[in-house]
Design a protein around this ligand. Structure first.
Ligand SMILES: C[S@@+](CC[C@H](N)C(=O)[O-])C[C@H]1O[C@@H](n2cnc3c(N)ncnc32)[C@H](O)[C@@H]1O
Length: 267
């Protein structure tokens, strides 16, 4: 199963796993024309050409997206993506955040998780108490008070900028909702997603405080159980969660790992 919501073989670079169109233009125009019912129905033949199948599958995805209650709610409540509700539910259950914490958000764009963390780290007057460092390859609109580093979290330059910000300090929570650019080939995409998770785990082990928490999206399938085992080797407790906002048809799970078994010394 491909590791994100859009149908395999779709113009997946335009979609983000969070359900937000990543690059705007084409998809937004398509959504708008479906909403105003300007799109003509596709006539299906028994031997439907591949391009028609793709078109139909893209349309089905967009229609599902438009009617999705979490998409409607995110628009009404000002979140940038429906993924916000996954983190809200995880936090309600796991009590991940509190004011004063330092939180790193890997793969943060378009920013709905950063928005949720910003709310959770607010003092009674709404000011930010704590630090939020969000990172993404893609640009991201600012979230008040959060520091955004644009770049690949694996790059040395990004790592150096993070070290400057942390000044040798450690992080309370690392959250990762990263999704690779989809190729549409399920095995390739699953492998790329697994690699991102392994690197995110490595990042968390390097930066977390001994009692720190690592939250990451992972896809059930090849390599998933090995990844859970790797988390269990490094953390005292590991839970696997499927928030309500995570589509039932998606193999995605959220892993919540707490408490390092052996704290690493700063490099
Ligand atoms: C599903 S979206 C994140 C949605 C976000 N949590 C939100 O709620 O708005 C996945 C993001 O991971 C980012 N990403 C993928 N690989 C990355 C990497 N190596 N370094 C930084 N960001 C990465 C993508 O650019 C994409 O924006």
């Amino acid at each position: 199963m491909p590791p994100a919501s859009p149908p395999a073989g779709s113009a997946s670079a335009l979609f983000c796993g969070c359900g937000a169109p990543a690059a705007g233009g084409t998809i937004r125009r398509t959504v708008a024309s479906i909403q105003t019912k300007k799109v003509k129905p596709v006539i299906l033949a028994c031997t439907m050409p591949k391009s028609l199948k793709k078109l139909r599958s893209n349309r089905a995805w967009i229609e599902r997206h438009i009617n999705d209650p979490f998409v409607k709610r995110s628009r009404a409540e000002g979140y940038r993506a429906r993924s916000a509700y996954k983190l809200i539910e995880l936090d309600e259950r796991e009590h991940l955040f509190s004011p004063g914490m330092t939180v790193v958000d890997l793969g943060s764009a378009p920013g709905s998780w950063t928005q949720v963390v910003r709310e959770r780290l607010s003092d009674s007057g709404g000011g930010l108490r704590g630090r939020i460092i969000a990172m993404d390859i893609l640009p991201m609109e600012p979230v008040e008070g959060a520091i955004f580093l644009q770049g690949d979290f694996r790059e040395q330059e990004v790592a150096d900028r993070l070290s400057e910000i942390l000044e040798g300090g450690r992080v309370d929570v690392v959250i990762s909702d990263m999704a690779p650019n989809l190729s549409g080939v399920a095995m390739v995409d699953a492998g790329a997603s697994l690699l991102l998770n392994e690197l995110a785990l490595e990042f968390a082990l390097e930066h977390l405080k001994p009692e720190g928490v690592f939250v990451t999206k992972a896809f059930q399938g090849s390599g998933y159980s090995q990844f859970i085992e790797a988390c269990k080797r490094s953390f005292r407790s590991v839970a696997q969660r499927k928030p309500e906002a995570s589509r039932g048809s998606s193999a995605e799970m959220y892993v919540v790992a707490r408490g390092l078994k052996a704290a690493r010394q700063p490099a």
